[in-house]
Ligand binder design. Structure first.
Ligand SMILES: [Zn+2]
Length: 236
């Protein structure tokens, strides 16, 4: 099976479905991950903290190319652990996808879909707090509308420190994947995103990744699980 994961930022794919990606690749499925933004510029700081300034400083602009490159390398290392076949990087503005015509994002995704011809598409949730996650979902659903390319399933997933911080919380999972054997790979893959990780109790901590897998596991009857919301499922 061909799997396409469409996310806004490098690390979204691991937080949301690192265990399921590993499960797919272990089963012989081919997984491609597309990152729509650079995942860097929103913080406006060179030490990965959040600056309250909106404007880019000269100093920042000199350093940010190096940061973008470093994050790409982290994504590639992380993908290797999960057995991802290919990673595709785009450069829509981080946390400013709302400044880009939706049509441009849709066309970009359509091009990926036409090339990859996926059986299953995964993306972020339409009601996340993060604007890029919402737009990524919206654009993906538009690009995946039933027409020439047949996609069997579209699912969306939660992204820690975004899905649960929105109001109202509309993530309603109806599909659970047992990741007991893949949880260690998910944690190792997230470990490669060294500059995105935070200390517990931040949701983007290794402890929370483990806790969440156990919580979804408790809900679904597994020792560890990832949760998804099925957006569309097609049967011939
Ligand atoms: Zn994100």
């Amino acid at each position: 099976m061909k799997i396409l994961v469409i996310v806004a930022h490098p690390d979204d794919e691991v937080l949301g479905m690192g265990g399921t990606i590993k499960k797919h690749t272990k089963n012989g499925d081919s997984v491609v991950v597309a990152y729509l933004t650079t995942g860097i510029n929103a913080r406006r700081s060179i030490d990965y903290t959040n600056s309250s300034s909106y404007n880019f400083s000269e100093h920042y602009l000199q350093k940010n190319k190096k940061q973008i490159l470093e994050l790409k390398n982290d994504a590639k290392k992380s993908s290797k652990i999960l057995g991802v076949k290919n990673t595709l990087f785009f450069d829509f503005p981080d946390n400013e996808m709302d400044t880009i015509p939706l049509l441009k994002i849709v066309k970009t995704i359509e091009k990926i879909i036409l090339k990859e011809k996926p059986d299953i598409v995964y993306t972020s949730h339409y009601k996340d707090l993060n604007i890029d996650h919402r737009i990524t979902c919206n654009a993906t659903l538009t690009a995946c509308r039933p027409n020439s390319i047949f996609i069997k399933q579209i699912l969306c997933f939660e992204i820690f420190s975004s899905t649960e911080w929105t109001f109202s919380y509309d993530f309603k999972p109806n599909h659970f994947v047992n990741i007991e054997k893949e949880l260690s790979s998910k944690i190792n893959a997230m470990g490669k995103y060294k500059n995105e990780l935070k200390k517990f109790p931040h949701p983007r901590s290794l402890e929370n990744i483990e806790n969440s897998a156990k919580r979804w596991g408790s809900i679904s009857g597994f020792n560890a699980a990832e949760a998804f919301q099925i957006i569309r499922k097609m049967q011939i």
